[in-house]
Design a binder for this molecule. Structure first.
Ligand code: IPM
Ligand code: MG
Length: 370
């Protein structure tokens, strides 16, 4: 019998542990119904790790993540740790995992479910059926470029420095992920940079263009400056299929795209590394909503993004397409029943807590698996 897949669960801070608990309930369901059993373990990250271990992530947790078939991540950060230096902030946990595991392709879907069309701040006609995939480079660019730091100059002023830097191979491998995804979708890639002002952006455009012409002539490639892309995402988001962009622009544009859908609380993400010789590829899955300290501990957070993240994990890392689809269908069905957490509440719907939403998803799963 093949060994169970190793799954590392890192709930983190704020609403992370609350929403993760609902997902743990789904893992128990899969196990109890003999659908799937995983070799799961938990670890501390972010503020939780700072409190217990003095650092945002320990080498032991990084090593366990490297040895896992997939990592399910909650969220990190909170106001109590905001004053710490960059070398020990909670956010360093996710940045370290991306960097140490070589997770360079951050996939951030922005899809609008029909049941939630009124939750968007954009008009229903603009967002109906929206289905964008942002592929954000996540181990390079200005997040990691050297030199960086704050230095004191001769005149006593201080100067803060960060460096945007991309190499040919970094650009190529993330663009490849985008082109491959486009082939399974509508066959269109829009590459986003600021080639009009930045050398790194100009190289980005040249490399993506050459790769597209050489290996993906069947995929329609377009280019857009990042500022225009922000504008187009609000003006007419459905023009996009796959967007590929660098770390910083991807950070900003993915928040923007997610808001077109109406709720950050709904969206999952995957961050993938390169496949090794055996085809195994390290991967981390996380909701994009963050730790939401303002609502943490109140039991009102939306657990659906974490739940969709589990579905993405099953699909991309474990090839469990049917189980992933079943979990997604369960989430859609509770929304169709009119259940809503506060973040997606609409007139005439029933407001539920985190636990109630999780329980409703599990009840829907029981029905779907019957
Ligand atoms: C994200 C977050 C992170 C980032 C933070 C928490 C470091 O905003 O995943 O988008 O900037 O990448
Ligand atoms: Mg962000």
């Amino acid at each position: 019998m093949p060994a169970n897949k190793k799954l590392l669960i890192l709930p983190g801070d704020g609403i992370g542990p609350e929403v993760m608990q609902e997902v743990t309930g789904i893992l128990e369901f899969l196990d109890r119904r003999n659908i799937a059993t995983f070799d799961t373990s938990e670890g501390l990250v972010g503020g939780a790790s700072i409190e217990a271990e003095g650092v945002p992530i320990t080498p032991e947790v990084v090593a366990r993540a490297k040895g896992s078939d997939a990592v399910l991540f909650g969220a990190v950060g909170g106001p109590q740790w905001d004053k710490l230096g960059f070398d020990c902030r909670p956010e360093l946990a996710i940045l370290t995992l991306r960097r140490e595991l070589g997770l360079f392709a951050n996939l951030r879907p922005a899809t609008v479910l029909d049941a939630l069309i009124d939750a968007s701040t954009l008009k229903p006609d603009i967002v109906r059926g929206l289905d964008i995939m942002i592929v954000r480079e996540s181990t390079g660019g200005i997040y990691f470029g050297e030199p960086r730091g704050i230095e004191t100059m001769a005149d006593g002023q201080q100067r803060g420095i960060n460096t945007e830097v991309y190499t040919t191979s970094e650009i190529e491998r993330v663009a490849r992920v985008a082109f491959d995804l486009a082939r399974q979708r509508q066959g269109r890639v829009c590459s986003v940079e600021k080639a009009n002002v930045m050398e790194s952006g100009l190289l980005w455009r040249q490399v993506v263009t050459a790769l597209g012409a050489r290996d993906y002539p069947d995929v329609a490639l377009s280019h857009m400056y990042a500022d225009n892309c922000a504008m187009q995402l609000v003006r007419n988001p459905r023009q996009f299929d796959v967007i590929v962009t660098g770390n910083l622009f991807g950070d900003i544009l993915s928040d923007l795209a997610s808001m077109c859908t109406g709720s950050l609380g709904m969206l999952p993400s995957a961050t993938l590394g390169a496949p090794d010789e055996s085809g195994r590829r390290l991967a981390l899955y996380e909701p994009i909503h963050g730790s939401a300290p303002d609502i943490a501990g109140k039991g009102i957070a939306n657990p659906l993004a974490q739940t969709f993240s589990l579905a993405m994990l099953l699909r991309y890392s474990f090839d469990m397409t049917e189980e992933a689809a079943m979990i997604e269908a369960a989430c859609r069905s509770v929304l169709e029943q009119g259940l809503r957490t506060g973040d997606i509440m609409q007139p005439g719907m029933t407001r539920v807590t985190t636990n109630e939403m999780g329980a409703a998803v599990r009840a829907a799963l029981e029905r779907l698996a019957a």
